[in-house]
Design a protein around this ligand. Sequence first.
Ligand SMILES: C[S@@+](CC[C@H](N)C(=O)[O-])C[C@H]1O[C@@H](n2cnc3c(N)ncnc32)[C@H](O)[C@@H]1O
Length: 212
Amino acid sequence: MNRLQIYLCRQLSHPSGWGGRLLLRLLNRGNASMNQLALAQLALQPGQRVLELGFGGGDLLQRLLQMSLSLQVTGIDPSAAAMGFVQRRFRRAIASQQLTLHLAAAEAIPSVDRQFAAVVTVNTLYFWSEADIVLRECARVLQPGGRLAIAYASRAFLEQRQMTQYGFTAYDPPDLEHRLQYLGFVDIQTVTGESAGNGQFFCTCGTADLNP
Ligand SMILES: C[S@@+](CC[C@H](N)C(=O)[O-])C[C@H]1O[C@@H](n2cnc3c(N)ncnc32)[C@H](O)[C@@H]1O
């Protein structure tokens, strides 16, 4: 792996500086199909509260805000560059309080319990310090019957690009499905997609227990 690839892997996990801002623009194009697939799994209803973990350049936030469902959207991301970029991009939605943003990581979601009808995250799973901590946080902030969707690139793709050597943890769908099952999620399933930029990718989904 050359220096450029190492730099890119670091930026993908935590965009910063001018390079980060450029990357955030590219991510919005490159990850559009994954965002679309994840969104389709949520079956959102008007007026619901939705949380995105790791919004990056905000392509999925944009899709949520444009849905004409009057959703209440919250996004968290630990990168100050991503936060600044998205704050500028969605000034109006923030001012009208349709969108709330927090500089925070998925391991400690700054929300009270049972806040959201849906939690969605795309291309962030690789960077979680511990998957079970984040999944437990998702279960905590989801309303009973709320939906979780996690989209991620395949192990084969990450290994082929040598990203697993530089900070990316790869997951396979059965592993993630078992973790969700253990935490009491039901209706667990994984759907598959493919795009030029991400190769084969997955979206693993589950519904929070109706009787926790
Ligand atoms: C590869 S980018 C993906 C951005 C966007 N979701 C997309 O698919 O285009 C990863 C994003 O996850 C954020 N991130 C990294 N670690 C995170 C964590 N522990 N919790 C939440 N977000 C995290 C990064 O700051 C970055 O904005």
